[in-house]
Design a binder for this molecule. Structure first.
Ligand code: PLP
Length: 398
């Protein structure tokens, strides 16, 4: 099998059977498909597999799904030798990361129980908590705490789903995925991992025995801040039986143009991520040595089995001396790093989790999670590292 960089540029080794072979995937911007005869139309409604209606499937969306599957299936190097997903890998693309996560939670855990990490992306935590209103029992455990995860999973009704975000947003805590999978599987549950902050370029959870991996493709996978999207990957029967019906019935399907923009982004994922990481490491080193910075948060790779994450990734957060007012002033002083409530773009972005990405959670909950009013989250872009450091330096000056 070819390496990750080759798969990122070329997608799956085998073309989609039955599709034409254009050099670049065309955008099939259509809501529905027609049929040569009424018999073909009836056969499509009855499961022939022909494209029918774009809420259900579309060739451009399918090309993206096959591309992501090819990436998630690339074996991972570990000291014990290469690791690969246990079964086949398929993917489903959605209108946003939240559409992918909610359809996964509903499809796997309806009328059952979810044990999820709390202290993750605020809207995910709010959504999972909301599922309590829809007949799903929900328990939150602190992110990165495997003992708490095992204890919650072992208590009461066996969960159907264990939900992990690694690295977590915004404090970058990491979870040993193989250990979390053991805990989930020991109770008969499936393990889903949101790996948005790592992308498949740095971490492929299916190779570490997760059953499902999720990404907000809005972020590094699309990479240019122009297309919302979300993807879930796992065994084809699991996706087809449990998650695709949720996408079709609840309607979180993606637009073909978003799939096409995301495909363009994926082709440069490997090269972009290596530059994002190089810059993130340089900025983290600068911030660690700055007197006005009290803490720098990056993934602690020593907590993970060797090979799970191949670097600390493109994200970091840091706390400034002087709390909220100093953090907000710093954002206003920046000239190059841009204030925007997203991440994963080619441009460096900053935001204030206390008042922005995590404001959906109560103040008490934000404090419990460790989100300080002086915390800033940076999505490190592809600019020259020296320019980014100079921008931070002038903004941090007294
Ligand atoms: N997962 C993580 C880790 C995120 O940071 C986000 C958004 O910031 C999401 C999921 C949700 O993705 P989207 O905004 O595409 O719905």
């Amino acid at each position: 099998m070819s390496g990750f960089a080759t798969r990122a540029v070329h997608g799956p080794a085998e073309p989609d059977p039955g599709s034409a072979l254009p050099h670049s995937i065309p955008i099939q911007q259509t809501t529905s498909f027609t049929f040569p005869t009424v018999r073909d139309g009836i056969a499509a409604f009855q499961g022939s597999g022909d494209y029918l209606y774009t809420r259900k499937a579309n060739p451009t969306v399918r090309a993206l799904e096959r591309h992501v599957s090819a990436l998630e299936a690339v074996p991972v190097a570990s000291p014990e030798g290469p690791r690969a997903p246990a079964g086949d890998v398929d993917s489903l693309f959605f209108a946003s990361g939240m559409a992918a996560i909610s359809a996964t939670a509903l499809g796997i855990a309806a009328s059952s129980r979810i044990v999820a990490q709390g202290g993750i992306y605020g809207t995910t935590e709010a959504m999972v908590t909301d599922l309590g209103r829809f007949g799903i029992e929900v328990d939150l455990v602190p992110v990165g705490d495997l003992a708490a995860l095992a204890s919650a999973v072992g208590r009461g009704q066996s969960p159907a789903l264990v939900y992990v975000e690694s690295p977590a947003n915004p404090l970058l805590q990491v979870t040993d995925i193989a250990a979390a999978a053991d805990i989930a599987h020991g109770a008969g549950a499936l393990l889903a991992v949101d790996a948005t902050f790592a992308t498949p370029a740095l971490q492929r959870p299916l190779a570490w025995a997760a059953d499902l991996v999720l990404h907000s493709t809005t972020k590094f996978m699309a990479g240019h801040g122009v297309a919302l999207g979300g993807v879930v990957s796992g065994a084809s029967t699991l996706l087809a039986d449990r998650i695709e019906p949720m996408r079709n019935r609840f309607g979180g399907c993606a637009d073909p143009f978003a799939a096409w923009l995301t495909l363009l982004g994926l082709k440069t994922l490997e090269v972009r991520i290596s530059r994002h990481v190089e810059n993130a490491e340089a900025i983290a080193a600068f911030l660690r040595g700055h007197a006005a910075v009290t803490r720098v948060h990056r993934p602690d790779l020593d907590r993970l089995p060797p090979g799970q994450m191949t670097s600390g990734g493109p994200m970091l957060s840091f706390e400034v001396d002087g709390g909220e007012s100093r953090a907000l002033e710093l954002i206003d002083r920046l000239r190059l790093i841009t204030l925007a409530p997203t991440l994963g773009n080619v441009e460096s972005l900053i935001q204030h989790p206390w008042s922005m990405s995590h404001v959906v959670l109560s103040e008490r909950r934000r404090r419990e999670m460790g989100i300080a009013p002086g915390l800033l989250r940076v999505s490190v872009g592809l600019e020259a590292a020296d320019d980014l450091i100079a921008d931070l330096e002038q903004a941090l000056a007294p």
